[in-house]
Write a protein that binds this ligand. Sequence first.
Ligand SMILES: *[C@@H]1O[C@H](CO)[C@@H](O)[C@H](O)[C@H]1NC(C)=O
Ligand SMILES: *[C@@H]1O[C@H](CO)[C@@H](O)[C@H](O)[C@H]1NC(C)=O
Ligand SMILES: *[C@@H]1O[C@H](CO)[C@@H](O)[C@H](O)[C@H]1NC(C)=O
Ligand SMILES: *[C@@H]1O[C@H](CO)[C@@H](O)[C@H](O)[C@H]1NC(C)=O
Ligand SMILES: *[C@@H]1O[C@H](CO)[C@@H](O)[C@H](O)[C@H]1NC(C)=O
Length: 208
Amino acid sequence: EVTIEAVPPQVAEDNNVLLLVHNLPLALGAFAWYKGNTTAIDKEIARFVPNSNMNFTGQAYSGREIIYSNGSLLFQMITMKDMGVYTLDMTDENYRRTQATVRFHVHQPVTQPFLQVTNTTVKELDSVTLTCLSNDIGANIQWLFNSQSLQLTERMTLSQNNSILRIDPIKREDAGEYQCEISNPVSVRRSNSIKLDIIFDPHHHHHH
Ligand SMILES: *[C@@H]1O[C@H](CO)[C@@H](O)[C@H](O)[C@H]1NC(C)=O
Ligand SMILES: *[C@@H]1O[C@H](CO)[C@@H](O)[C@H](O)[C@H]1NC(C)=O
Ligand SMILES: *[C@@H]1O[C@H](CO)[C@@H](O)[C@H](O)[C@H]1NC(C)=O
Ligand SMILES: *[C@@H]1O[C@H](CO)[C@@H](O)[C@H](O)[C@H]1NC(C)=O
Ligand SMILES: *[C@@H]1O[C@H](CO)[C@@H](O)[C@H](O)[C@H]1NC(C)=O
């Protein structure tokens, strides 16, 4: 059975993706790639005829695709618009046609997030709110403390999809360098680092 694998399945914008065909039938009259889950004539990218070892381009050819004799399609300089489903149409020597499809995702690399804090100097047992500002909607947010993954305590709460870290009450052990990290399947960026100083407040009552 023919299967197609997108390598990589998550593509960074401006990179290449190879639509790798496994188990292409040996005796084919022709095979053709289409944009979309379709074999509509105007969606044909390129066609290959094994007997003559020749390729032909179709109406959906963008100038960035290369069709190989083993069935695979190399797609170069990927844009967001290229994301989606592609169809390989195979015609055997008896003119019987079968199709296989593949899908790939395209992502823009994330931009550097910016970390903000209400106050870098906090009195012990007061609270502090750190906000990770990012343009990348839907990206994953992680927190770092002294360059290590932040271990959440019961005094810490995350909200707004992890973009806001609140520590209440803050303790001396929370003093250090904070950063947030934004990632998606193709990229990762760390924010500026903020150093929190915790000062002892003799007016606060400690309960031990
Ligand atoms: C393409 O369409 C066929 C038939 O509707 C469906 O079985 C197949 O899952 C679709 N492929 C993709 C990648 O969506
Ligand atoms: C067709 O074949 C030529 C010669 O091998 C190659 O340079 C070209 O990139 C191929 N076109 C496509 C669309 O694969
Ligand atoms: C098909 O050819 C391309 C280009 O030479 C290569 O990168 C790819 O690995 C080949 N695919 C298979 C399944 O052999
Ligand atoms: C930050 O907190 C310190 C200690 O509580 C305080 O003295 C200072 O005025 C605060 N700064 C701002 C900008 O709120
Ligand atoms: C959290 O992320 C989801 C999915 O990306 C989004 O729909 C939602 O609006 C976000 N919520 C907030 C509060 O940012």
